[in-house]
Design a protein around this ligand. Sequence first.
Ligand code: ADP
Ligand code: ADP
Ligand code: ZN
Length: 214
Amino acid sequence: MNIILLGPPGAGKGTQARILVERDGMVQLSTGDMLRSAVAAGTEIGKQAKAVMDAGALVTDEIVIGIISERLEQPDVKGGVIFDGFPRTLAQADALGELLARKGMALDSVVEMRCDDDELVTRVTGRFTCGGCGEGYHTTFKQPAAEGVCDKCGASDFKYRPDDNEDAMRTRLLAYYKETSPLIGYYHAKGSLAAVDGTAEIDEVTAQIAAALN
Ligand code: ADP
Ligand code: ADP
Ligand code: ZN
């Protein structure tokens, strides 16, 4: 099964994608994670993307389509893919449709994760991740069981994203409404859209996604 998790920054796409990976062995393709790796590695793409990402704007379609196209060449995608944070524009959605068709892969479902803006800002400004395994946490909603120690891997260095501040977040929300939200209509028209309540508890959202995929 191949699915898209569609939703604004902070809606819980990454959190739910990791749960699906653990439970169903699917592969998570997060363009945000891939771009952050490129920035950390200092590649040409990383250099082009860094300032744009820090400001909360979108990286060019050409760059992200290129990254996804290359990633879809790996054999592990045959076991099922969760697109997390891609596509974010109509051009990206069209390109994804072509890439999947060329590879004989279906798009089974697009799950829209709905969440209101104030909640999104609260979530993003309290977000941190484990530097060891990438597990996501939140200062209020999802603290590690033992303070300062990752539940999943035991590491104790946590990371805060430079774009998880209120200013960049406002820009990201605008980009979402302007560039990405048209994809809701796009996939609705294709008959593949399902919506879940992203403001519910993490487990409840997982259950709603499972119901939507059945
Ligand atoms: P996205 O990938 O959509 O940007 P994340 O999955 O990183 O969002 O979630 C943003 C923040 O909100 C994280 O700190 C995460 O721990 C927290 N979070 C995710 N889902 C929920 C939820 N259902 N309720 C409360 N907090 C959540
Ligand atoms: P979020 O938690 O806001 O959903 P992501 O980790 O998905 O954030 O993305 C972080 C940043 O990376 C975005 O603000 C944007 O600059 C860039 N980015 C990620 N995916 C895309 C994409 N599909 N198209 C354009 N820019 C992207
Ligand atoms: Zn960890």
